[in-house]
Write a protein of this length. Structure first.
Length: 327
C-alpha cells in the first residue's frame, strides 16, 4: 500500500505517521520499520543510512536491491519524511517508479510524507492508494486532537474525515514541535468562535435590555405629546367658552324688538328678552349684539346651555326719572 500524507509544517503529518507506527508495533511484533523521522524513539532502521549503504536512491528503491529480497516474509513498513527531498517534481527514474509499482509484492507498505503532494512526481502521486491532508492547527476547533482529510485521487475532494486524539506519549516518541512549543495559542477557529459568541451575547443583551427601553421611552414621549396637545385643546376650548359667555356685550345696536318688562315691573329700569342659546350664539358670532345689554345663561339638568335672558336698560324710563329729579 502506498499512502501520501501532506500538510503545512505543524499540521501533524509526523504525528499521524508515528501514531500509526505505534499501533502497528503494538498489534504485530514481526515488523521491520524503516524511517527517517527525526529522533524516532521506536525500533527501526535508519532510511538515510540504508540509502547510503546501498549506493543511493536509484539503487535502494529498486526491486533488485538485496535489502528488499531478504526476509521477504517479514512485513516492511517504510516512512519517508520530507519525501520531496528524495523524489522532487523533476525526479525521473523508471526503475524507481517500477519499485513503487511493485512494492506490494515485496511485502512492503510505503508512507510518503510531504508538505504538498504537488512537489512529488506525478508518476508517484497516481500510484498512491490513499492521499491524506493534515489540517493546519489554526483551522482546528481544539488542540487536543488532529484532523485529517482523505482525498479522492481524481478530484481531490474530501471523501472522509479522520480525527486522532493528541497523546503526549506519542509526540514524545520523536522530535515534535508539538512538544517543544508549549506556548498555548488560540487557533483562528477558536478566535472566530469566541468572537462570534461575544458578538451574539452583546446583540442578545441589546435585544433584551436596550430595545424595550427605547420603545418604552418613545411610547412615553408620545403619551406626553398627546397629553400636552389635549391640554392645549382643552385650554383653548375653555377660553372659547369663556369668550362665548361674556358678561356684557358692548357693541352698539338699537334693536329693541322683543324686549318686555319682566313680570310687568318697570321700576328696575330694565326690559327682558328670552332667546335660545343657539340664537344667542348665532347673533353673537354674526356681530348682532346689543347696547347696554346684560345676559343670563340658563342650563338644564345635564349642565347644557338651554336658553338666555337678555336684560337691557330702559332708556325712556331713565329719562323720565331724571326729569322728575330735576323738578
Amino acid at each position: 500500500m502506498l499512502q501520501i500524507i501532506y500538510g503545512v509544517p505543524g499540521s501533524g503529518k509526523s504525528y499521524y505517521a508515528v501514531y500509526n507506527i505505534k499501533k502497528f508495533l503494538e498489534k504485530e511484533k514481526n515488523i521491520n520499520l524503516i524511517s527517517n523521522i527525526e529522533n524516532l524513539k521506536l525500533p527501526h532502521e535508519d532510511l538515510d543510512k540504508l540509502i547510503q549503504d546501498y549506493g543511493g536512491v536509484d539503487k535502494f528503491f529498486n526491486v533488485d536491491c538485496e535489502f528488499w529480497k531478504k526476509d521477504i516474509e517479514i512485513k516492511k513498513i517504510l516512512f519517508v519524511d520530507e519525501s520531496q527531498r528524495y523524489f522532487n517534481k523533476r525526479f525521473f527514474s523508471s526503475s524507481v517508479f517500477f519499485f513503487f509499482q511493485y512494492h506490494r509484492h515485496l511485502n512492503c507498505d510505503i508512507y510518503l510524507i510531504t508538505q504538498s503532494y504537488k512537489t512529488l512526481p506525478t508518476e508517484l502521486v497516481v500510484l498512491s492508494e490513499i492521499v491524506i491532508q493534515a489540517v493546519p492547527s489554526s483551522f482546528r476547533w481544539f488542540k487536543n486532537s488532529f484532523k485529517y482529510l482523505v482525498k479522492d485521487l481524481e478530484t481531490f475532494e474530501t471523501v472522509e474525515k479522520i480525527d486522532i486524539p493528541f497523546k503526549k506519549d506519542v509526540a514524545e516518541l520523536y522530535t515534535s514541535a508539538l512538544v517543544i512549543n508549549t506556548t498555548k495559542k488560540m487557533t483562528y477557529t477558536q478566535k472566530y468562535l469566541i468572537g462570534s459568541v461575544l458578538l451574539f451575547s452583546v446583540a442578545l443583551l441589546l435585544l433584551i435590555f436596550a430595545f424595550p427601553y427605547f420603545f418604552l421611552h418613545v411610547a412615553k414621549s408620545d403619551d406626553k405629546k398627546v397629553a400636552s396637545q389635549t391640554k392645549q385643546v382643552n385650554k383653548s376650548s375653555s377660553t372659547n367658552s369663556s369668550n362665548l359667555s361674556l358678561p356684557k356685550l358692548e357693541k352698539k345696536n338699537n334693536d329693541d324688538k322683543g324686549f318686555e318688562y319682566p313680570g310687568g315691573i318697570a321700576t328696575k329700569g330694565y326690559r327682558q328678552k328670552e332667546i335660545t342659546y343657539g340664537e344667542y350664539l348665532n347673533k353673537y358670532q354674526n356681530g348682532v349684539v346689543y347696547q347696554s345689554v346684560n345676559h343670563i345663561i340658563v342650563y338644564d339638568n345635564h349642565n347644557r346651555p338651554k336658553k338666555v335672558f337678555l336684560y337691557k336698560e330702559d332708556q325712556s324710563q331713565n329719562s323720565d326719572n331724571s326729569s322728575n329729579n330735576l323738578n
